[in-house]
Design a protein around this ligand. Sequence first.
Ligand code: ZN
Length: 600
Amino acid sequence: MTRRILLALACVCTVVSSGTVIDAQALDPIRYTLRFPAPHTHYLEVEAAIPTAGRAEVDVYMATWTPGSYLIREYERNVEAVTASAGSRALAVAKSTKNRWKITTGGAANVTLRYKVYSREMTVRNNWVESSFAMLNGAPTFITLVERAARPHDVRIELPAAWKRVETALLPVSGSSNTFRAADFDTLIDSPIIIGNPLTREFTVDGKRHVLVFEGDTALIDADRAVADVQKIVVAARNVMGPLQYPHYYFLNMVTEAGGGLEHKNSFLGMASRFMTRTDRAYKGWLGLIAHEYFHNWNVKRLRPVELGPFDYENENYVKTLWVAEGFTDYYADVLPKRAGIASRDEFLDGLSDQIEQVQTIPGRLVTPVNMASFDTWIKQYRPDENTANMSVNYYPKGAVIAFLLDARIRNATSGARSLDTGMQWAMQRYSGEKGYTPEQFYAVMSEAAGVDLKGWFAKTAESTEELDYTEALDYYGLRFRPVDARNARAYIGGGTRNDAGRLIVTSVRRGTPGIEAGLNVDDEILAIDDVRVRADGLAARLDLYKPGDKISVLVARRDRLMKLDVTLGPEPGRAWRLEPLPTATADQTAHLNALMDGK
Ligand SMILES: [Zn+2]
């Protein structure tokens, strides 16, 4: 934000692949100019002035994925009209791999690369350009040199006349309007940019400026209410993780009816609904997203698994501890609104119960350990299919539940003197920044916080498919799972369906259900039960006519061939994983739960 900060960042030294230490300040920046000559066509035009250091050829590339969203996305598919020149001389530029280009420089000290980017994907990891605004992410926008050096990257944005402002956590270059500097390519990739006429609010915590930004259809957003509550979440998170380590922080919200959020070091980019401050449920959901993404500024952006840096932006970066990076963050997304005074005790317990239920009702929890679900995120987490629930476990809820159990473990083992907060603070002190942690180091620091060796505990919870043990946590906090009355259970086939233009199509069949036993298949069209037609929206009502144990005949069409399946209906699994306080909770147990909820 200030010159002083810019200089401090520019002096960072780095080790290039040859092992030579070079001073980033010695490297000339790549200078980008972004233009929007026809934003209604969804195109962004990029001009990049690239220093060549006199080389005859330079290789440039575009990242294929964005940190935080672990799937190769092939952003280069939206790039077109790539040309290069030196002054008025056109240079040869040839595509060398799916996401790389080779420029023949003719000895020029600087070359200019020009290209257009089609920008019409409203997700937190891609670009969107339309007549009234632009949302840009680093990975799908900037082509850079193939090198490991920490070279500065400058971005100058030419605004269409109707757009007034640029909102980004990138540091502005003083004296140049709408010009920003990233100390290195990582910072550029890590800094989404919103351009248009956003609605903004600001607040200060510990002397640091926080900017709440809404772009899109903002007419119904109650920004004053939102900014007050976001500030409370910032304070609650600071009380867990310690000093604020960013120069400033931007909460970037696209009010576009899309979903998702993505963390960055000094900002987050999230999707919101125009109605999100209109109902309690939507509003608290949004605040939960804010708590999650904001907490990431410590957990994963500054305290990270060792594998997540330096990033290889062209290949998968395999990591086994995303259950810490995402799951522990999700746990705190439940905890922080309670500590901030935004959520009630029952809402807090409901949030935790949702996490537990998501783990305990997934057959795949008995197939894949959560550390391997993390490792395979590149092929599974972002590519769910009809069998995902049967073979894998989601590391978000399972990590959150492990955090809940670990918090109880540490509090119980230290008689309440320490907590998961302590473990996270110590991990931050030891492994933040360039270091990163291995799984073993993470286990060790948590063991230290607990005062007992937790290696075996982590081996069971995070590295095996053993069922999680809730006994200690329930007993410590005086909680129980709400008893379920099985006598009133509804009849149940198992498996998901969808209404496909009036046809009732099976979308998934879960392991251990009557449906899979009877041979029901994904893509079967259910036509009738006991020879009476079932309409696409009528399955639940029809099953209500039966009881668990009843035998029914289900007529299905499989690839247009009709067949009857004999199904013995089971009991619909009740919501057996809902936490509630024990009616007989002792004063000590209640005090333990209050300490967790109050951040003591
Ligand atoms: Zn996350």
